[in-house]
Design a protein around this ligand. Structure first.
Ligand SMILES: Cc1cc2nc3c(=O)[nH]c(=O)nc-3n(C[C@H](O)[C@H](O)[C@H](O)COP(=O)(O)O)c2cc1C
Length: 170
């Protein structure tokens, strides 16, 4: 039977939340991914860079900008062996400079998502999904791209009802 996978990228540590720098024990996209897991029972996979960005917010901002401008694909520490058994991939990630972190591009390009449903969830501080949906569509014109869900990172702990509606109604 076909199943769903939740693949997420998230970063704990110093982050800009609600207008100030705060230290997060668990990143916002990870909190959202865990809620999704609780609601759907889907498998969870963390998209992790082999060399994570800095814990320091401003350094991380610069590292992520450098990778975006270089169109880099940071090495990941692991991949799921196969996506063959999954028909739906929930993809949760923060908005980095208007799109997905480059590690998420590396994940997407490692597999073929043609014919699979991709359901993007993006945490952010106000830019919404940015251009991430059009970037995914450009990468996989043959994927069934579902309507995205944007969540403000600082409000993620109150997002369960919105995530539930998104899972069941869209
Ligand atoms: C490198 C970097 C770039 C970011 N760029 C944006 C942006 O362009 N627009 C936006 O609304 N938020 C931006 N943010 C804020 C994050 O999207 C937001 O804090 C998100 O909730 C972080 O998720 P996480 O805790 O799971 O990593 C950026 C954060 C970082 C670290």
């Amino acid at each position: 039977m076909a199943q769903a996978l939740i693949a997420y990228y998230s970063r704990a540590g110093e982050n800009y939340v609600g207008g100030k720098i705060r230290r997060l024990e668990v990143g916002s996209a990870k909190v959202a991914a865990q809620m999704l897991h609780g609601l759907t029972g889907a498998d969870l996979f963390e998209i992790k860079q082999a060399e994570p960005y800095s814990d320091d917010h401003m350094t991380c901002i610069e590292e992520a900008k450098r990778d975006l401008e270089a169109d880099a694909r940071p090495a990941l520490s692991s991949y799921p062996e196969s996506l063959d058994g999954y028909d739906t991939i929930y993809l949760a990630y923060p908005n980095y400079w208007g799109t997905m972190p480059m590690a998420v591009w590396a994940f997407l390009e490692h597999f073929d998502f043609t014919g699979k449903a991709i359901r993007p969830l993006c945490t952010n501080e106000g830019s919404g999904m940015g251009r991430s949906e059009s970037d995914i569509r450009r990468l996989y014109p043959g994927a069934l791209l579902g309507e995205g869900l944007s969540i403000i990172g600082g409000e993620v702990h109150r997002a369960r009802p919105a995530i539930k509606r998104w899972v069941t109604e869209s």
